[in-house]
Design a protein. Structure first.
Length: 254
């Protein structure tokens, strides 16, 4: 091969690597994952809604959610940031003791776009260890930051026995100018039996105090689900097929 052709071929390698890395992240779009990877959409039993929260534990906000969920008689799945779980192990233990399912979100939010397979694996393993040691159970699920499931994150999760899952309906509760009506409006079109709902129990990566809006919307969301004949609980009770390692299911809606 001539030198110009060699240089051209070499120049295409980084682009090809980057494309292979980011292409799976297209599953962030509901229409794409419904076709390419429907299991990521979080669809479960038609009579059940999986209630999930990202970005905790947060000592300022998560206890408020625990109290409200207890009042409502609901158990949920919390996707935890490992660094926060390491800082607040007592809160994580409380979440587990109160019957909530604990899953892995990340170590800390990181920009997802650059290929970093070794770093992604190390960060995810560190987060998984923090959740396991604080909760006393083996996490089953993984949801990446921003819902961006790059090839390196997918590879790291599967190597660790975690099952990636995104969401069916989300309230966009992280936005700065939303309110409880806005959260419920965002959920409405895709809130059907078998859906996985994404909310946030912390404003760590959201608009300041946005968690208060989520908390205010929570009882209305649960009431709406129950009025439709759906039970509300964690992913463990959602009727989704699982692969890899997992822990025993915890109790869901009481």
């Amino acid at each position: 091969m001539s030198r110009p052709r060699t240089l051209t071929a070499l120049a295409t390698v980084p682009a090809a690597v980057a494309a292979a890395h980011i292409l799976p992240a297209a599953t962030w779009l509901p229409a794409v994952r419904a076709v390419l990877r429907p299991s990521l959409d979080g669809r479960g039993s038609a009579d059940h809604i999986a209630l999930t929260f990202d970005d905790g534990p947060d000592t300022r906000s998560t206890p408020h959610f625990l109290r409200e969920l207890d009042r409502l008689g609901v158990r949920a799945t919390f996707f935890l940031q490992g660094a926060a779980a390491r800082r607040h192990p007592a809160l994580v233990r409380r979440m587990a003791a109160e019957g909530h399912e604990l899953a892995v979100h990340c170590w800390e939010h990181q920009p997802p776009w650059l290929p970093r397979p070794l770093a992604d694996r190390a960060d995810l393993e560190r987060a998984m260890t923090a959740v396991r040691e604080s909760a006393g159970s083996e996490p089953r699920w993984y949801r990446p930051p921003y819902g961006v499931l790059t090839a390196t994150r997918w590879w790291a999760a599967r190597r660790l026995g975690l099952q990636p899952v995104l969401w069916t309906a989300w309230g966009r509760d992280w936005q700065p100018d939303t309110d409880p009506d806005g959260v419920l409006s965002q959920l409405r079109d895709r809130l059907t039996g078998g859906a996985t709902v994404l909310l946030h129990d912390s404003d760590r990566n959201s608009a300041p105090f946005s968690w208060r809006v989520t908390l205010a919307a929570l009882p209305r969301l649960v009431d709406r689900c129950r009025a439709a004949g759906w039970t509300v609980g964690p992913l463990a009770e959602h009727g989704m097929p699982t692969v890899g390692r997992g822990h025993a299911a915890r109790s869901g809606s009481r």
